[in-house]
Design a protein around this ligand. Sequence first.
Ligand code: AHR
Length: 526
Amino acid sequence: MQNNLTTLKMKLFAYFAAGAAISMLAFPAIADQKATVKLNLDQVNPELTIPAEIYGQFAEHLGTCIYGGLWVGEDSPIPNTNGYRNDVLQALKDLKVPVMRWPGGCFADEYHWVDGIGPKDQRPVMINNNWGGTVEDNSFGTHEFFNLCELLECEPYLSGNVGSGTVEELAKWVEYITAENGPMAEKRKANGREKPWKLKYLGVGNESWGCGGNFTPEDYASEYRRYQTYCRDISGNKLYKIASGASDYDYKWTDVLMKKAKNHMKGLSLHYYTVKGWNGSKGSATQFDNDDYYWTLGKCLEIEPVIMKHDSIMNVYDPKKRVALLVDEWGTWWDEEPGTVPGHLYQQNTMRDAMVAALSLNVFNRHTDRVKMANIAQIANVLQSMVLTKGDKMVLTPTYYVFKMYAPHQNATFVPLEVETSVRDVRDGRKVPNVNATASQKDGKLNITLTNVDLKEKAEVTIPLEKLGKNAVSGEILTSAAPNDYNDFDNPDKVKTAPFKGYKITKDGLTVTLPPMSIVALSVAI
Ligand code: AHR
């Protein structure tokens, strides 16, 4: 692919502030890998923080995400706390998970919450029609989910059933969870939970254009208005209601929803997967060539113009950006690993996935005036997961390490920046900047995360900064020998973070040498 490296030097004008856009300007040719990241500290808007929720997670009743991944039950020989496996619990605590979406996905529109409460041996079983026809015993239900969120200190995000449910069912679920008193509260108390839980994020349906009911946007907008009317703020709880949004390039869906229902929602969702296509093979998670690697990064970065187009439509109806765009499903989608259960979406996770995570999180940070939440799919054992489990073993994926490195951006103030970098032409006519960056500041520290996507060349990055102290900088790096390196149960630490010292403090700022295919997080005292 190196010969496809464009001879253009492009200035990635990644300055972003309310209303500002990203533009790319062409510059004359260069030969080597040098880049500049200019932080526009004088343009920081103290009001513009990067919501922690951008680093959100998604847990669906799908394959072994819940059963085996998060939950093993109190009687399991696998070490657990009240049924939650201890290794995963600790890994997720370390990640500072801000919000978790549950119970689906497509599963949500077939889920009947009353089946998941009360004595476990009396809970009915069902068939998980979306995901391999697996028998679901409902042993993980509302109490198990909300108690997990309490343990992780994260916001629960419920996805309500519109497709096969009723308005009454969803209204009563909200009441069961949030009411101090009344019939639903009494039911909850009888099931062992005296105090109501707090529920902020309520999704009304999922992919309502598809597995969530095959609605037209007009019909779903009417259903949304009706359903949300009866989901009340009870006992001081305040709901943040989210309408089921578009997938990818379906701009009509956003237009109709905004036109017909904007006054009844706080958020509208968007799903965007880095996927080759929906029919046929999606490609192997681990067997790919360099051309596939760069193509994947181009496809992942396309989420940026997609967000901008949905945002521009929303601007027509909501120029003050009162309604947020929530990218509540995103990530890579590959073929299932050979030998695993069909329909369980179990895939490995390589350095290529780590790069997709870093580049996508940079995009969300840049659009933080409209994008207020993003939930990677999914938290365990499904698609681009944080952890993989097998029996009592667990590995942390390369994507997990990216989320850990990016955690300092949560609730930090967005710092606009400009990147000058060479840009690569990739398959399907897309362009991928070799160096990408995002920055934030909090508590007297600048958090700067940098990526070099190039598989062969290192990149020397200049970051102009004034008066840095001798010990002002500390850093961490994620890299590996090959883009298809991954962590497995026999080799759990092949890809992991290490301390990073590849920077020099000069009188003009910082010079950072990024190895090929690397992600670096710097903390700079200012
Ligand atoms: O994340 C897997 C599935 O992808 C979800 O259930 C669905 O919403 C989407 O199509």
